[in-house]
Design a protein. Structure first.
Length: 218
């Protein structure tokens, strides 16, 4: 799942991004409102973690642009203002959730996880298919009751394939959802990651390659 972090305090923005990447999110970062709007015009995000008090373009205006664009992007708004009226004003703009600074990163990630479940048709907390069980909250994968240790990217790709519920997922879609904006679009990283996944999941193979279309777990 792809997340955009918009925060003008660089150290905080980078800390949030690194924390979310550890939980297998693909994360882009913008340090002002104008850069955020530029990225939103190019990429699709499940969640935007949005500081309200941004330079260049205010966070309120970024939030309005997200809401006006429609789509399924969810907004978690951050602010140093703890007053109830500030939280109400942020939610009235169309933000889906609100978090007051300072906050614990573990709480922020829990809220992002909750919003990603709302950013697309509802899926069960634990994804199951073809003898595979993936628990996003515990970052745990099992196949036929055998624990399967995966890297962050392997976990993210497998989650996308399971969420597809038997449909084919293209390599382009996997690249868009599991990697950030710095990835080379001509890389073979998806093919390599799927190859590693197949090996770790073991026999019989469950991930099928559909020539010219993508990958599928039936």
């Amino acid at each position: 799942m792809r997340v955009l972090v918009v925060e003008d305090e660089n150290v905080l923005a980078d800390a949030i991004a690194e924390w979310l990447r550890r939980e297998s999110f693909a994360v882009d970062v913008a340090y002002d409102g104008d850069a955020a709007l530029e990225r939103l015009g190019v990429n699709e995000y499940a969640v935007v973690v949005l500081d309200r008090d941004l330079p260049v373009v205010h966070g309120d205006d970024v939030c309005r642009a997200i809401v006006d664009a429609g789509g399924e992007t969810r907004v978690l708004m951050l602010t140093a203002a703890a007053a109830v009226r500030e939280r109400v004003a942020g939610l009235a703009l169309g933000a889906d959730d609100y978090l007051t600074k300072p906050f614990a990163l573990v709480e922020l990630s829990a809220r992002v996880h909750a919003l990603t479940r709302r950013a697309r048709p509802a899926t069960p907390p634990t994804l199951r298919r073809a003898g595979i069980q993936l628990d996003p909250a515990r970052h745990e994968v099992r196949r036929d009751d055998r624990h399967v240790p995966l890297s962050r990217k392997e976990f993210a790709v497998l989650a996308e394939l399971l969420r597809a519920d038997g449909a084919v997922v293209s390599a382009e879609d996997l690249l868009e959802r599991a990697w950030d904006e710095h990835i080379d679009p001509f890389t073979n990283v998806v093919r390599v990651t799927v190859m590693k996944l197949r090996r770790k999941l073991g026999d019989p193979p469950v991930i099928e390659t559909i020539p010219g279309a993508g990958y599928q777990i039936r």
